[in-house]
Design a protein around this ligand. Structure first.
Ligand code: ADQ
Length: 725
C-alpha cells in the first residue's frame, strides 16, 4: 500500500509553550478527529503547522518537536510570526474565509496578504518534497493550501494528488470578486481529484473554471491544455460508531447526571459552534429571545446552553462577534431571567469530550443555524449520540449538511420568526415523530461515515489517475508507423475515417478559405481508387460545400457531424428524427455575439448553428467568449441539444448527432480488417471512443485524447496518407 501524505494547516497534535516547557495537546476541531483514525489505519504521514511560531521556539526545541511528532507520524512545517499573521489570520481568514462564506463586505483584498499566502504555500511545497518518497499519495486539505496541488505538481510531475475543500465553493458571481481568482483555480487544478461536500459546490467550481480559464468541464472532468482533473462530491461524515458507543458509556452517563443535578427536569437546548460569523449565532439568539417572548409557557421550563469554541480571536471581526454575542446573552438573561432561572447558559471554552457528548445526548433540541457552512459536523455528532432516538435537530438550509439531513426542521437562517417557531415546534414534537426522523437521518450518517468518506476519496483518486494515464497519446513512432502500413497492405477491407478541417488542411480564417488544394484532391482520389479502401470524409460542414469540393471524387462523406451521409458513388441520405425548432433562440444569442465581437460570424447548417470567431480580433477577451458559451449552455440545459466547443468555433446541435454514432454506422456496414481514424478536435473524440480495440486512431496536434497516437500537423497526416497510397 502506498504511503498517504495528509497536508493540512494544523496537525492532530498542537504544540504550546507552558513556561519553560513545551506542551503537546490533541487539536480541537473536526478535521483532526475526523481523519485521526483513518490515517492511523494505513502507512501515512501528516504534514502541517505545529501551532507555535518559530520565534517562540528555543534552540534545540525544533528537534524535540520533530521527534515527539514523529511518534504520532506527524511532520511539522515551522512558520514565523509574520507568516502566521499574514497567511493564516490574514489571507486565509480575512480574504478566503469571508468570500467563500458569502461575506464579501468582510473581505480584505491586500496584496501583502496574498504574497504571504503564496510564500507559505511554497514553504509547504518544499517541505513536502523534502520528505516525499516515490509512490506517495498526496492529500491536500482545505482553503489554506489551494496553490499547493500545482506547486507539488511542478516539483513532482507524476505525483498522485488529491485536494479536499472543507468550506463552500461560492457561486461564480462571488468567486470572481477575488483579484487572484485565476491563480487559485490553476493551483487547485494541479490535483488529479478535487473533492467538495455538495453538488452545488462542484457546480460553482466548474462554472468558475469554465468562465475564468476557458477549460471545458464535462461530467466533472476539467480538461486543460496539458492535463485533466476531476471534481466530485464527498460529503464528509463523522466516526459514527465511535460517537454513538461513547455516548452510551458510564462516563457520559455521569456527565449527564451532573448536568441534571443543576438543570432539574427542564427542557434543554444545546448548540455548539466555533466562534465564527458564518455560524449564525446572533440570529439564533435573537430567535430564542423571540421564542421566549411569544411562548411564555416555556419560561422557567427550558434552558439554552450556548457553547462556543474560541477561534481566530486575533481577527478583529471575531473579537467583535464575541462581544456582540456576550451582549445578547446578557440582554436575554436580563430580560427573561428570574431568581433561580437563567434562560441562557453561556460557555466560551473547549468542552471535554465526554461532557460534550453528554450535552448532545441530553439535549431535547439542537439548533444549528449557520448563514453558511461547508458541511457542519455538529449536526451529525448530535444525531449520532441519540441512542434512544429522541431529540430534534433544527438545521439551516445553507449548510452542506442540509443536503443529507432532510428530516431535520429546516430553517432559513435569516428568518428569525421561522427559527423562533422552530424552537416551539421542536419542543412540542411528539416523541414518535422525533424517533422516526432521527432514525432515518442516523441511517444516512452511519452508512457514509468518515472512514467511508476518506476511503471513497482515496479510491476515486486512484481511479482518476488510472483513467488519465494514457489520456495523452504518444507521437506515432517510426516502428509503429511501419506496422500500420504493413497491416494496411495485408488488409482487404479497409476503412479510413478522416476528419477534414484541422486534419487534412490547416485552419483558415473563414470556413470558405479552407478549400482543398490540388495535392489533397489527388491524394484522396488515389486512395479512393483502390477498391479495397473505403475513404470517409467526416466533416461538420454542410453537404453543399462538401459536394462542391469533393463531389468529383465520388468518395463517401458525412456532412454536419452526421446529419447527412453518402456512400462511395452514392447519394446523400438524412438521419431521421431531427428537429430545428430550437434555432431561433440560439441564433439570437449568436447574433448578439456577432454584433459585439467584430469579425465573428454565424454559419447555419440544416440541423446546427455554429458561431466562428477565428477571424475576430485575437485580443478579444476570453471572458466575452465564456459569456456566450454560458448563455448557450443555459439555453440548452435539460434539452436534447449539445454545445460543442471546437477550435475557435462554438456549435449547437442535436445531442444524438456526433461522430461516434456516425463511426458506428460505417463500422457496421461490413467486416473491416483495417480501420484508421484521424481527427483533431473535441468532436473527433466521440469518433475515437467508438472505434473497436484493434483500430488505429490518430489525433492531430498534441493534447489529451482518446486516440492512441498523435501527429503534429495536417502536413504529417498527408505524408502518412501518401505512404498508405
Ligand atoms: P468547522 O467550521 O470547524 O469545520 P464544524 O463542522 O461544525 O465546523 O466542526 C466543528 C468541530 O469542533 C466539531 O467536531 C465540534 O464538536 C467541535 N467543537 C466546536 N466547538 C467546540 C467546543 N467548544 N468544545 C469542543 N468541541 C468543539 C470546517 C467547515 C465545516 C465542515 C468541517 C469538516 O467549516 O463546514 O463541516 O470543516 O469538513
Amino acid at each position: 500500500m502506498s504511503r498517504l501524505l495528509i497536508i493540512s494547516n494544523r496537525l492532530p497534535l498542537n504544540v504550546e509553550r507552558k513556561g519553560d516547557k513545551l506542551n503537546f495537546q490533541p487539536s480541537l476541531g473536526g478535521l483532526a478527529t475526523a481523519l485521526g483514525a483513518f490515517y492511523k489505519s494505513r502507512p501515512s504521514l501528516w504534514i502541517g503547522w505545529p501551532g507555535i511560531e518559530q520565534e517562540k521556539i528555543k534552540k534545540g526545541e525544533e528537534r524535540e518537536i520533530e521527534d515527539k511528532l514523529a511518534e504520532e507520524r506527524c511532520y511539522p512545517v515551522f512558520l514565523s510570526e509574520k507568516d502566521v499573521d499574514d497567511f493564516y489570520f490574514g489571507f486565509c481568514n480575512q480574504t478566503i474565509w469571508p468570500l467563500f462564506h458569502y461575506f464579501p463586505h468582510y473581505v480584505e483584498y491586500d496584496p501583502v496578504l496574498w504574497q504571504a499566502y503564496q510564500r507559505v504555500n511554497e514553504i509547504f511545497a518544499d517541505a513536502i518534497v523534502s520528505v516525499a518518497k516515490e509512490d506517495d499519495i498526496f492529500w491536500v486539505q482545505d482553503y489554506h493550501f489551494m496553490l499547493l496541488p500545482k506547486l507539488i505538481r511542478d516539483r513532482l510531475p507524476r505525483a498522485t494528488i488529491g485536494f479536499f475543500l472543507h468550506i463552500p465553493f461560492p457561486s461564480y458571481e462571488v468567486y470572481r470578486l477575488l483579484p487572484w481568482r485565476r491563480e487559485i483555480l490553476e493551483g487547485l487544478l494541479g490535483a488529479n481529484l478535487l473533492g467538495f461536500h455538495t453538488h452545488d459546490y462542484v457546480w460553482h467550481f466548474l462554472n468558475s473554471t469554465r468562465n475564468l480559464l476557458g477549460y471545458s468541464t464535462g461530467m466533472g472532468w476539467i480538461t486543460a491544455s496539458d492535463h485533466v482533473s476531476k471534481a466530485d462530491v464527498f460529503p464528509i461524515g463523522i466516526g459514527y460508531e465511535h460517537y454513538s458507543s461513547i455516548a452510551g458509556s458510564p462516563e457520559v452517563d455521569a456527565e449527564i447526571k451532573k448536568f441534571r443535578e443543576k438543570l432539574g427536569d427542564k427542557k434543554v437546548i444545546v448548540s455548539v459552534d466555533r466562534l465564527d460569523y458564518s455560524k449564525g449565532i446572533p440570529n439564533r439568539l435573537e430567535a430564542y429571545g423571540l421564542f421566549l417572548e411569544k411562548h411564555p409557557e416555556y419560561r422557567e421550563k427550558v434552558v439554552f446552553i450556548l457553547v462556543i469554541g474560541p477561534s481566530r480571536i486575533r481577527v478583529q471581526r471575531y473579537a467583535e462577534l464575541k462581544q456582540q454575542i456576550e451582549e445578547m446573552v446578557g440582554t436575554i438573561n436580563g430580560r427573561f431571567g428570574t431568581v433561580g432561572w437563567t434562560p441562557l447558559e453561556y460557555i466560551y471554552n473547549p468542552i471535554p469530550y465526554h461532557a460534550l457528548l453528554g450535552m448532545y445526548r441530553m439535549a431535547d433540541v439542537c439548533p444549528i443555524t449557520p448563514v453558511r457552512d461547508g458541511m457542519n459536523l455538529v449536526a451529525k455528532e448530535y444525531l449520532a449520540t441519540k441512542i434512544d432516538g429522541r431529540g430534534v435537530l433544527i438545521l439551516s438550509e445553507t449548510t452542506g449538511a442540509a443536503r443529507e439531513l432532510g428530516d431535520a426542521i429546516m430553517v432559513n437562517p435569516n428568518n428569525i420568526e421561522e427559527i423562533a417557531q422552530a424552537f416551539a415546534d421542536a419542543l412540542a414534537m411528539p416523541e414518535k415523530e422525533q424517533i422516526e426522523r432521527n432514525r432515518a437521518m442516523q441511517e444516512i450518517i452511519k452508512r457514509y461515515d468518515v472512514s467511508r468518506w476518506a476511503g471513497d476519496f482515496i479510491d476515486k483518486l486512484h481511479e482518476t489517475v488510472k483513467m488519465e494515464t494514457g489520456a495523452v497519446p504518444e507521437p506515432l513512432p517510426d516502428k509503429t508507423r511501419r506496422e500500420l502500413t504493413g497491416q494496411l497492405q495485408k488488409a482487404r477491407a479497409r476503412l479510413l475515417l478522416l476528419d477534414y478541417d484541422g486534419t487534412l488542411v490547416p485552419f483558415a480564417k473563414t470556413p470558405e478559405e479552407a478549400k482543398p488544394d490540388a495535392e489533397l484532391l489527388k491524394l484522396l482520389s488515389e486512395l479512393n481508387k483502390d477498391a479495397r479502401n473505403e475513404v470517409v470524409l467526416i466533416s461538420g460542414r454542410d453537404k453543399n460545400t462538401l459536394d462542391r469540393w469533393f463531389g468529383s471524387l465520388k468518395t463517401a462523406m458525412v456532412a454536419e457531424h452526421g446529419v447527412w451521409m453518402k456512400v462511395k458513388g452514392g447519394d446523400w441520405g438524412k438521419m431521421s428524427g431531427l428537429s430545428d425548432d430550437w434555432k431561433g433562440e440560439a441564433r439570437a444569442i449568436m447574433q448578439l455575439a456577432v454584433d459585439r465581437i467584430q469579425g465573428s460570424l454565424i454559419e447555419e447548417k440544416d440541423y446546427s448553428l455554429a458561431w466562428h470567431y477565428r477571424r475576430a480580433d485575437p485580443r478579444i477577451s476570453e471572458r466575452h467568449i465564456r459569456e456566450i458559451v454560458n448563455d448557450l449552455l443555459n439555453l440548452t440545459a435539460n434539452s436534447n441539444l449539445r454545445v460543442l466547443e471546437g477550435s475557435k468555433v462554438v456549435e449547437v446541435k442535436s445531442a444524438n448527432l456526433n461522430k461516434g454514432s456516425t463511426a458506428q454506422h460505417w463500422l457496421s456496414r461490413q467486416a473491416w480488417d483495417f480501420v484508421l481514424a484521424i481527427g483533431d478536435d473535441v468532436t473527433d473524440e466521440d469518433l475515437f471512443r467508438a472505434l473497436p480495440e484493434k483500430a488505429w486512431s490518430i489525433k492531430v496536434r498534441p493534447g489529451l485524447s482518446a486516440a492512441k497516437f498523435s501527429l503534429d500537423s495536417p502536413d504529417e497526416v498527408r505524408a502518412l496518407l501518401k505512404e498508405l497510397v
